[in-house]
Design a protein around this ligand. Structure first.
Ligand SMILES: [Zn+2]
Length: 404
């Protein structure tokens, strides 16, 4: 048993505890949490480990990455419109040796662990790339094996091929499921096959949705830069017809939204879309730095989502559209775009909400008795009176992140 004491303990689901303590048992589970002045005398045989000028909190959850794209850092320039960015990413990602792909993937995972991330929702086109490193890293992970196939007639074939590519393994920290990529890369019959499978297995899923203005235009009218991009990469199907709906309406009409679905981006959502996301209890993952680097034509209305009762979490997206996988920097970016969202809400998005969105909400994301002790301690140069603000606004005076 270990008893850690710090200036602040942030349980996330309950109020912050000044001069708090956390008891961790030999199975590395949280055995108790509360004020140090109560826990120290309650466990007289345990020598307290006093962490000076420190904040104890749940490790962070990066709900959306593509670890296998880590070699793409700075390959595609910033500021392109979405369709051009997608074209360049799709056509250049194959230009790297396997050794580079693996080495950069491993480096990216290490940077997440070192910066206090304990769990990740990772999109995989080739599960075998990141999986061995994820298993060694100690991270909790949900691997969303991505399915694509725009042409209507290849739906069944793509769906069957997909299952033959799945890598099976047994690891209590890692779960895997399937995820349709986006409405501009998955045909309606393929969506229907995926939807039926997800319902029958009661599986979690994730989808890139309403990310760019190009996507909205394409689903509404069937033309525009998105159509040109699909033609340029040779995947256009003349039998495809635009649903004439918003991205959220379209995917909802196919039965893919629900409390086990994480919608990634949701930049272009109207009030009706927000009502659908709230009513279906879908999670939304926001990736503000990726949205800023690619010209997606706006910023996600995160404040409105929260007001609508949607559970919002945070992801960095891949290094193809973000400078690093450090979730603190994503929180800082989110805070600068939406300064009226309280820092404690931002921290909840980066911990408990993310854990729930990727299916680990019962085990991690908050400091509660019985949960796994996937916790971190952050030391600062001086005492802080406002731990949430100092964590969310910037780590300038924070010196050291330790996994407990
Ligand atoms: Zn993504």
């Amino acid at each position: 048993m270990k008893l850690y004491c710090a200036d602040w303990v942030l349980p996330i689901r309950s109020s912050p505890i000044r001069n708090g303590a956390v008891l961790i048992d030999d199975l590395h589970r949280i055995a108790d949490v509360g004020p140090a002045e109560i826990l120290i005398p309650k466990y007289p045989s345990i020598k307290p480990n006093l962490l000076e000028h420190a904040i104890i909190l749940p490790g962070l959850v990066n709900a959306h990455t593509h670890l296998e794209l880590s070699m793409m850092k700075n390959v595609v320039p910033a500021g392109l419109d979405f369709s051009e960015w997608a074209f360049q990413t799709i056509t250049t990602r194959m230009n790297f040796s396997e050794a580079t792909v693996l080495a950069d993937c491993e480096k990216a995972i290490r940077s997440m662990v070192e910066s206090g991330t304990v769990a990740v929702g990772d999109i995989a086109n080739h599960a075998a790339t990141a999986l061995p490193y994820l298993r060694r890293s100690g991270l909790y992970a949900t691997v969303f094996n991505e399915v694509t196939g725009f042409a209507n007639h290849i739906a069944k074939q793509r769906f069957e091929e997909f299952f033959s590519k799945i890598v099976s393994f047994d690891d209590e920290r890692i779960q895997q499921t399937l995820a349709p990529h986006a409405p501009y890369s998955v045909s309606k019959p393929l969506f229907e096959l995926i939807g039926r499978h997800l319902h029958s297995e009661n599986s979690r899923t994730s989808i890139h949705l309403a990310e760019s203005i190009d996507e909205v235009e394409f689903l509404k009218t069937g033309v525009g830069p998105m159509k040109s991009m699909i033609e340029r990469i040779g995947r256009w199907d003349a039998s495809w017809s635009a649903p004439g709906q918003s991205p959220v309406e379209y995917v909802h009409s196919l039965g893919l939204l629900g409390d086990r679905t994480m919608v990634v981006h949701a930049v272009h959502v109207n009030e009706n879309d927000l009502s659908i996301l709230a009513e279906t209890r879908s999670f939304v993952c926001t990736c503000p730095r990726s949205n800023a680097r690619i010209d997606v034509g706006g910023t996600a209305p995160v404040k409105r989502m929260l007001e609508a009762g949607i559970t919002v979490c945070i992801g960095t997206d891949s290094l193809a559209s973000c400078d690093d996988l450090v979730l603190w920097n994503e929180m800082k970016a989110l805070h600068s775009i939406h300064p009226s969202i309280p820092p404690e809400t931002v921290l909840k998005m980066a911990t408990l909400n993310g854990a729930q969105a990727i299916g680990f909400g019962e085990r991690i994301g908050s400091i509660e008795t019985g949960k796994d002790a996937a916790l971190i301690a952050i030391r600062s140069i001086q005492k802080t009176e406002d731990p949430f603000a100092c964590l969310v606004k910037g780590l300038d005076f924070l010196t050291e992140i330790t996994k407990l």
